[in-house]
Ligand binder design. Structure first.
Ligand SMILES: *[C@@H]1O[C@H](CO)[C@@H](O)[C@H](O)[C@H]1NC(C)=O
Ligand SMILES: *[C@@H]1O[C@H](CO)[C@@H](O)[C@H](O)[C@H]1NC(C)=O
Length: 182
């Protein structure tokens, strides 16, 4: 095995056991119809190179979550990207055993809600095709601001996911987020 491969596997294993061990109980019984609807994305930490535009062009993101049918979610995400405001819609299917949604054909390897009280949520998103893996932590909020505690939890989780250096609080410009208002 190549050294780089070995180094890449170690954090991944640590993360798997972390999510299994620390996934809050509420995520198992998360009420998806209560979770559905419009969310602002207040902060993001991602290891995807070039995902965010230059600092002066950053804006709040947004997500619209709908229960499509049992075990299926329709998720729209809007984000200010280097080429401007972009939105993407994808249908995700729940894993049979775990509270994880995915659509590997569309490059979504997993969407996990790590924690929520339905006014805010920490969403862990794993994207990529085949051998590529990108991880992102998103702070969802029903309002265009976030509480100190949810921000603190976001930053603590960034630390566990080794995404602290990539953590960005987005400027409170809602012009991109509002393109997907229901
Ligand atoms: C889930 O949330 C919906 C919408 O808030 C509510 O009507 C329903 O009673 C909840 N279901 C359970 C099992 O709590
Ligand atoms: C945040 O939302 C509130 C209520 O919808 C609105 O009045 C306010 O202008 C928004 N703030 C910013 C900075 O967009």
């Amino acid at each position: 095995m190549k050294l780089e491969t070995a180094l890449a596997i170690a954090p991944a294993l640590a993360l798997v056991s972390w999510t299994q061990e620390f996934l809050p109980k509420e995520a198992e019984t998360l009420n998806w119809s209560k979770f559905s609807g419009f969310w602002y994305i207040i902060a993001i930490a991602t290891d995807t190179q070039g995902f965010l535009p230059a600092r002066s062009k950053r804006k709040l993101g947004a997500s619209l979550v709908k229960v499509h049918k049992p075990g299926q979610l329709r998720v729209v995400i809007a984000f200010s990207r280097p080429r401007g405001c972009q939105s993407r819609e994808v249908t995700l299917k729940k894993d049979r055993k775990r509270p994880v949604f995915r659509n590997t054909l569309k490059g979504v390897k997993g969407l996990h809600v790590l924690s929520t009280d339905y006014t805010y949520a920490l969403v862990y998103l794993r994207l990529g095709r085949a051998g590529s893996n990108y991880k992102s932590l998103l702070l969802f909020s029903r309002q265009n601001i976030s509480s100190f505690l949810s921000l603190r939890e976001f930053l603590d989780t960034c630390h566990i996911l080794q995404l602290t250096k990539q953590a960005t609080i987005l400027p409170k410009d809602d012009s991109c987020a509002h393109t997907i208002l229901p």
